[in-house]
Design a protein around this ligand. Structure first.
Ligand code: ADP
Ligand code: MG
Length: 425
């Protein structure tokens, strides 16, 4: 643009020098006049040449600018990371990669009122602080934040930035790298490492506890056989015995938790496994006035599973449902449903067996739902709950390549859903 303007200046200059030439012809011929005019003309010519050179330089500089801008653009557009220029909390430039990461087109980005709207609420202060520190010239190291993409899913971004000039004012150029997958993997790795460590610790402790417990159980049974025992002592001993039995059950559960890897899987009929498990609890459920409603799909495909482990899972869920419902008023109803579902993932279909348990208890407090599968998480008073049941169940289902999750039914009770893959040959 500047070069264009200069060029038109030069046009003026040429025009002026022509006029002076005409003027000279009209003048009287006084050598002083001619001399003055000539030196004026020489100055104009010099200016003309200088301008021409300047224009040439500017054109060259402009070409270089274009070249480096297109180099910059092709670099920025081909990178795996999102590159953005931010000013006044708005996007001033975004490369195309941002659309792949967050799902927003450049135009949608430029229309956003505040880029912080993209950031998850709890990370907004972090991002705002990094930006203001950067603009104040303070050193700002790379940082991480979570954003929400077009669909509302969380994306973890690692941001590195510098201050640049945009439209004559300071702006922030940031490179955003999508590290969601890495963070997930790291979390999974940490969790599985932690679980392995916990498993080893537990199995060590459980084995250590087993021996003294066997002794306590054995000796109390032995003493109980003594006919001369006073009633009072007998009662106390019975308490010792039943508490020791409870302790042994916990220890066995702990051992089961630590050893979920070694399972014996075979093609199994889950309806049958459910039926067998219910038989174990039939009497207690009846005494507690729990009505069991079964809706079992007779066409349910068989799945590859360790029957004993699945029984344990079903039993844990049944016991929890029963305990939850006993705390609530009758009618108490436990619905058990099996069905088969077809899922389409990346164009290929796969069948899953779904087992759903729904009770009429008080349901699970929403803030507890993310924790109920954690080891030792319990809301029950000590003595009644150990927080082991669902953690064990989770491990077993995971080991079967399946999924277990809980939610509250629309009318209040808790719902536990297990999904297991149907292997196709
Ligand atoms: N059917 C249910 N209804 C309501 N809450 C439940 C139900 N099942 C499980 N929970 C919640 O999950 C927690 C963890 O269950 P679990 O791992 O079996 O441990 P525990 O039964 O020993 O407490 C329970 O303490 C309870 O808060
Ligand atoms: Mg339980």
């Amino acid at each position: 643009e500047l070069a264009g303007r200069l060029a038109s200046h030069v046009g003026f200059l040429i025009e002026i020098s022509r006029t002076y030439d005409d003027l000279r012809r009209c003048l009287s011929g006084d050598p002083r006049e001619t001399h003055a005019l000539q030196s004026l003309l020489a100055t104009w010519h010099a200016m003309h040449t200088a301008h021409g050179q300047l224009i040439e330089d500017m054109r060259h500089w402009q070409r270089q600018c274009h070249a480096s801008e297109s180099k910059f653009l092709s670099l920025v557009e081909s990178t795996q990371d999102a590159v953005v220029i931010l000013q006044d909390h708005r996007f001033r430039y975004v490369n195309h990669r941002l659309k792949e990461i967050l799902g927003y087109s450049p135009d949608e980005c430029y229309q956003m009122e505040n880029i912080l709207d993209l950031v998850v609420e709890e990370h907004r202060p972090i991002v705002a602080e990094h930006h203001s520190r950067k603009l104040q010239g303070e050193p700002a190291p790379p940082y991480e934040f979570a954003a929400r993409d077009h669909q509302g899913s969380e994306v973890v971004l690692e941001a590195t930035g510098v201050v640049v000039e945009h439209d004559g004012r300071p702006a922030i150029l940031e490179i955003w790298r999508d590290v969601t997958r890495q963070r997930q993997l790291r979390a999974q790795l940490l969790l599985s490492e932690k679980m392995t460590a916990i498993g080893q610790l537990i199995s060590g402790v459980a084995h250590e506890l087993n021996n003294p417990l066997t002794a306590v159980l054995g000796f109390s049974e032995l003493v109980l056989m003594d006919g001369q025992l006073s009633d009072e002592l007998r009662r106390d001993l019975m308490t010792i015995l039943s508490e020791a039995q409870r302790a042994r059950k916990i220890v066995q559960n702990l051992l089961a938790f630590a050893h979920t890897q070694e399972s014996e899987k075979q093609l199994s009929d889950l309806n049958q496994v459910l039926h067998d498990t219910l038989v174990l609890k039939e009497y207690e459920l009846h005494v507690n006035q729990v009505q069991v409603i079964k809706q079992l799909d007779p066409q349910l495909p068989r799945v590859i599973a360790d029957v004993d482990q699945l029984k344990q899972v079903f039993l844990n869920i049944l016991v929890n449902a029963e305990q939850a419902m006993v705390a609530a008023r009758p009618p108490r109803r436990l619905e058990i449903q099996t069905s088969v579902k077809t899922c389409y993932i990346a164009g290929s279909a796969s069948d899953w067996v779904e087992i759903k348990f729904r009770d009429t208890g008080p349901g699970i407090a929403p803030e507890h739902i993310p924790h109920i599968f954690d080891l030792f998480f319990t809301t029950k008073e000590s003595g009644r709950g150990t927080g082991l049941g669902l953690a064990i169940s989770y491990n077993i289902i995971k080991d079967h390549g399946g999924r277990i999750y809980a939610q509250n039914a629309p009318d209040g009770g808790a719902e536990f859903i297990i999904e297991l893959p149907v292997q196709t040959l």
